[in-house]
Design a protein around this ligand. Structure first.
Ligand SMILES: Nc1nc2c(ncn2[C@@H]2O[C@H](COP(=O)(O)OP(=O)(O)O)[C@@H](O)[C@H]2O)c(=O)[nH]1
Ligand SMILES: [Mg+2]
Length: 440
């Protein structure tokens, strides 16, 4: 999977190989090649635009690390931004008894196969007792197919009267309760294209059984119009996520990279083969490392950056004593916070910061602040006093945040600087030894 995208991205990384450092000039060629690679892999143009803007902003803003070459540093940036695109490891909501999962999607997308694979996965990996529901009544062969798969994995299949999808869905719930099953997986009908009748049927089944999870099977080898289908299904059914299927084929990557961005809904499972156990949770880091094929380099850069982090903390302490505090420091602090978990939970742990909880700094805001600082040039970060209106305007554009937020950050920065001065004073009196966000 993703071989061709991987090959093209490697070309982009080569552009920076042998260069002394990343500069605003040489980065443009590499970013352009990344853009072309993604477009050729059928990634939605909006996704490509957003992703490459972020990559470019970060690459320009990134500090040079002597022991890492520019291409390695660039690979890490692309890696991180791809990971951001997929978001955190998604979770499943299967707490109700029985929990109900509805599988929807276009015909041939792999619904029936995925339903059986999911049943096996829940049984084997989670100790659940699933029941499969054959609710695709339009093609009798579909019911037979699910029954055969069920037999194969030793999971009961309910097909009721094999005619009325609503009645089957209703009766299936009673059936599973009687059977003592704790999870129900409903396989529904699909069409080759979005079809009003099919949507209405899926909507009505959803109304009847109120599923905990509504997952759409997405053929990762299909063309870009599948992303539009995903948007439509989500509009009508309020999906809770996707199952990416046929990842064992020569998928170009477009579907995988576009759906999360376009719908905002996570990919929860990946299905990669004809065998029923070739199915697992979707792990963003694994898929990104497949797309880049650069796992070793990514871990190398991570390691170097971690080592630098501890050195940086020491340096920071020195700078704080002198009350020098740049946006680079600000960003470092933010990264430390992100590594440690949410800001509010950290504030609770800091002596003397309890009353800061009222500040209600939410993690979303932290992300915005990070986006703004990432859009600053290196010079702006280390000399915040050079900030003027046109710089702020550019930063606002680059980070996708309103200029009022940039102004607010500048104000916060000034306050932070003042606060550090007073912390240093307190330090001398022996009251607070460390800057609030620092933990050792
Ligand atoms: N190679 C491969 N084939 C798959 C995968 N999932 C499904 N298929 C095949 O794709 C075809 C359609 O799958 P099916 O589950 O019947 O799709 P449905 O129409 O959405 O229910 C069948 O031939 C499946 O064997 C997969 O992950 N990898
Ligand atoms: Mg089917």
């Amino acid at each position: 999977m993703f071989e061709s995208l991987q090959g093209k991205l490697t070309e982009a990384f080569k552009i920076l190989r042998g260069k002394g450092k990343i500069t605003e000039n040489n980065i443009q060629d590499a970013v352009k090649q990344v853009k072309l690679s993604l477009l050729e892999a059928d990634v939605n143009y909006k996704v490509v635009k957003d992703l490459t803007e972020k990559i470019s902003q970060r690459a320009i803003g990134e500090k040079v690390i002597q022991s890492i070459s520019p291409d390695q540093q660039f690979i890490k940036i692309v890696n991180d931004e791809l990971l951001n695109l997929f978001g955190d490891q998604p979770s499943l909501d299967l707490h109700s008894r029985p929990a109900i999962i509805l599988i929807a999607g276009l015909q041939g997308s792999g619904k029936t196969t995925a339903a059986a694979k999911l049943a096996l996965w829940l049984k084997k990996k989670n100790g659940r007792t699933p029941v499969l529901v054959a609710d695709d009544v339009h093609r009798p062969a579909a019911i037979d197919q699910l029954e055969a798969l069920g037999k194969n994995i030793d999971v009961p299949v309910f097909s009721g009267d094999r005619k009325d999808p609503y009645k089957i869905a209703k009766e299936a719930v009673d059936f599973s309760i009687k059977k003592g099953a704790d999870v129900l997986i409903i396989d529904t009908a699909g069409r080759l294209q979005i079809d009003e009748e099919m949507m209405k049927e899926a909507e009505a089944i959803t109304e009847i059984v109120k599923p905990d999870e509504i997952l759409m099977a997405l053929d990762s080898m299909a063309g870009q119009d599948v992303v539009n289908a995903a948007v439509e299904f989500d509009k009508r059914l309020s999906l809770t996520g996707f199952i990416l299927t046929k990842l064992d084929g020569d998928a170009r990557g477009g579907i995988a990279l576009s759906t999360r961005y376009v719908t905002g809904k996570p990919i929860k499972f990946s299905s990669m083969g004809e065998k029923l156990d070739q199915f697992d949770l979707f792990y963003p880091d694994r898929i990104v490392s497949r797309i880049l094929g650069m796992g070793d380099i990514v871990s190398l850069v991570e390691k170097v950056q971690e080592d630098l982090d501890s050195k940086k903390m020491e340096e920071m302490e020195k700078r704080l004593k002198k009350a020098q505090f740049t946006f680079d420091d600000f960003l470092d602090q933010l990264h430390q916070i992100k590594k440690m978990g949410s800001l509010s939970s950290i504030l609770e742990m800091i002596p003397g910061a309890q009353n800061m909880k009222d500040l209600k700094i939410d993690d979303e805001q932290v992300k915005h602040v990070e986006a703004i600082i990432n859009s600053m040039t290196r010079k702006e970060r280390s000399n915040p006093e050079i900030m003027n209106f046109s710089r702020k305007e550019r930063i606002a554009r680059g980070s996708g945040r309103p200029i009022s937020e940039v102004n607010k950050l500048m104000k916060n920065y000034d306050e932070m600087k003042k606060m550090i001065k007073s912390f240093n004073k307190m330090d001398k009196k022996g009251k607070i030894g460390k800057f609030p966000f620092q933990m050792k």
